[in-house]
Design a protein around this ligand. Structure first.
Ligand SMILES: Nc1ncnc2c1ncn2[C@@H]1O[C@H](COP(=O)(O)OP(=O)(O)O)[C@@H](O)[C@H]1O
Ligand SMILES: [Mg+2]
Length: 303
């Protein structure tokens, strides 16, 4: 018999895949309502070791709600959430962390005036000496932080540098390196490139790839299909709380992904508005209802 650990009406299908193909995290038709506001509905998603799962969507699509469920801030109200094949329901972020699920929020929880090494070990400081003479092992922490950052390709001149003096991209990278060092198996990144310029975004994308190379499963939240396509293995597009696309990299092109993000109806009304503006060639914009087709890139077939 299968286990009966799901909610009232949930049925559990027996896991038939071999262990090494099993996802670390799996959502099955999961959803979340805040009172009578349904923020998320029917979302299915898998996170595998050494793969980047991108979650795309416009503002209000439900991206943050989705990661709050996985990171233990909120609980799902529909469907199933499994970690290593076991149904879970986290009450605190600590429980998610204990399962190796680390989240890097956009507004990073760092202390700007503290040195880089101090931030790296914040809350998990290394100590030396026997009790009651235990004290912080500052030299070891500095050395370890430096080595770990270098291993991720981040070379800082001075570990004493206040973290607030680093660029936004570098701070994101320190947070990623920290999660990797403290044994994360799954790394959730909430819009890590949203506030960054092109060059710094590139740096962050490089560390997302580095985390994947280290075997972590990564959930990369973004509204930028170009950034997603540079590192993604799987793409899930959310719209108004439901999943409107879930596709492996081999099944979707950047053009299709961009088109899904832009959305058919929104594009049509934008096209209509732009048609009133002189100097905009609306013929170059995709057609309404052309959601699944790639954006026309040439004029062949026309005229
Ligand atoms: N705590 C909350 N209470 C009520 N509604 C919420 C709450 N958090 C999010 N929502 C609603 O859920 C929807 C999805 O929001 P969110 O997950 O923040 O989207 P995104 O991160 O993609 O911009 C929005 O309509 C938002 O207003
Ligand atoms: Mg959000």
């Amino acid at each position: 018999m299968t286990s009966n650990s799901t909610g009232a009406q949930g049925t559990v299908l027996k896991e038939t895949r071999p262990a090494d193909e099993r996802p670390v995290i799996e959502l099955k038709a999961a959803g979340k309502s805040y009172g009578n506001i349904r923020a998320l509905h029917g979302v299915s998603l898998e996170v595998h070791p050494g793969k980047v799962t991108c979650v795309l969507g416009d503002n209000g699509a439900g991206k943050s709600t989705l990661i709050k469920i996985i990171s233990g801030l909120h609980q799902h109200t529909e469907g199933e959430f499994l970690v290593d094949g076991e149904p879970v329901r986290f009450s605190t972020p600590r429980e998610a962390l204990d399962k190796g699920i680390a989240t890097v929020y956009q507004d990073l929880a760092v202390v700007p005036l503290m040195p880089v090494w101090r931030n790296f070990f914040l809350g998990s400081e290394m100590t030396k000496g026997p009790w009651p003479l235990r004290r912080l092992d500052i030299e070891k922490m500095k050395k370890t932080a430096d080595e770990e950052l270098r291993a991720m390709g981040i070379v800082l001149d001075d570990m004493e540098q206040p973290i607030g003096t680093l660029s936004g991209g570098q701070r994101q990278c320190v947070a990623i390196a920290r999660a990797v060092y403290f044994g994360a198996r799954v790394l959730i990144l909430d819009e890590p490139t949203a506030a960054l310029g092109v060059k710094q975004s590139g740096v962050v994308l490089k560390y997302i790839a580095a985390a994947r190379e280290k075997g972590l499963g990564v959930i990369f939240i973004t509204h930028n299909p170009h950034h997603a396509y540079m590192v993604g293995d799987h793409f899930s597009v959310l719209r108004l709380g439901t999943m409107e696309l879930s596709a492996a990299r081999s099944d979707v092109s950047l053009e299709e992904l961009t088109n899904h993000m832009a959305g058919g109806t929104e594009l049509a009304s934008l096209k209509h508005e732009l048609a009133q503006v002189r100097g905009v060639d609306v013929e170059e914009l995709p057609e309404e209802g052309d959601l699944t087709a790639p954006v026309a890139t040439s004029s062949e077939g026309k005229s």
